[in-house]
Design a protein around this ligand. Sequence first.
Ligand code: NAD
Length: 478
Amino acid sequence: MTKVTVAKGDGIGPEIMDATLEIILAAGAKIEIEEIEVGEKVYLAGNTSGIAASSWETIIRNKVFLKAPITTPQGGGYKSLNVTTRKFLGLYSNVRPCMSLHPFVRTKHPVMDIVIVRENEEDLYAGIEHQQTDEVVQCLKLISRPGCEKIVRYAFEYAKQQNRKKVTCFTKDNIMKQTDGLFHKVFDEIAQEYPEIQNEHWIIDIGAAKMADTPEAFDVIVMPNLYGDVLSDVAAQITGSVGLAGSANIGESCSMFEAIHGSAPRIAGKNIANPSGLLQGAIMMLNHIGQIEVAEKVQNAWLKTLEDGIHTYDIYKEGTSKIKLGTKEFAQAVIANLGNKPQVLKPVSYAGNCALNLPIYKRKPAAKKDLVGVDIFVHWTGADPNELAQKIKTIETNNITLSMITNRGIKVWPEGFKETFCTDHWRCRFMPQDGASINKANIIELLKNALHQNIDTIKTENLYSFDNIPAYSLGQGQ
Ligand code: NAD
């Protein structure tokens, strides 16, 4: 018996959770349910994270969490419970299988069967944002080596366990050479450890286009958080419906399983929602806790039910469907099929499935880190970069001189283009010249000088080299 924390959520959540639990219990799931309340009611009672402290205790104690969708109330101040849960519990891996069920669910991609493995904790979802000038706001994109190693290794281990042939990596490292560059580099390193699995890298834009057009070209695709968020919805949708996909959020000790869709408030309480997405999440949970025979029985019964043309309204199509059923009745139809296998769709076999047991990340030895320059960002409302350069040069110190000014990343001084549109947010790069060096006291000196000159400095970014390799981007056009 495994203890599982269950949250029935909001909107259609309670209906689809009841249906899901009824099916898996009928199939023989050995789970003991401990229910907690999360979501709208908790938010509206004044808890901005949508979950009470005592519920965290339950989740952490039981380690396995099956969660129905929740409604995040409109308006500021409410934090996404999903994002908070993933980060608090260290659920670094988000796994979404997206498989088409042709000819029973209409899709343009009859042979699609891919799994998106999305990094779940970092990237732009660190949510560190600042307004710095009247015109410019920023969001920090944080990518870490442990984050990359954990998710890439997860993707390869998953592919190995599931007998999948290829792992593809999507990044935009032609533009983001440091952040996406690290993700790609780690992918290439870890791929070497799995010679039996093919590996490839695509630039995300063309990769996404290819995936939407020819998904059969892919197998497992691993990517950073934001791309994975967007593309896992695209992948689910093009199988025929987002209502059919579930996802697993896996961490080193805890895990959370859910449907990928939201709480669909407009159809709540009508007994028409499709419970399949949450059921898919529950099947992943059963595999994760080692109840693979139950998982297999439920998945085969579900496939057989869809194959029988028994569909909820969202996937019901004249011609391919036979009977349109409500949530409860659909659950009963799946229960009636327990023990049956699909005839046209491929029955699943989960032999060998279990929770992946990945090594705990071991920190690498520190590299030789040298300060080699500094970017000072300033708020300035003028238009001519030459004028700004004149002003900024007055703060130079100790042979540390202004080497470049960029605006939104593009070099505007020296030798900028008159045509470049400039905002009020300028990056001024200072580098030591003629064999001089730079230290933190010099940076403070530069800032002090700027203060005396009434220059509005917004922030600084230190420029480092690691093991003598410069570890910062050049200005575009530099
Ligand atoms: P949604 O996924 O709830 O609904 C999108 C569309 O899909 C709607 O037309 C809906 O009726 C339909 N749909 C969704 N699930 C269905 C199902 N099981 N069966 C049949 N039809 C289904 O997305 P939304 O409308 O953008 O968001 C509604 C609420 O859900 C918002 O408060 C949002 O914050 C929340 N949300 C929660 C989660 C989560 O808890 N994991 C995820 C996404 C959105």
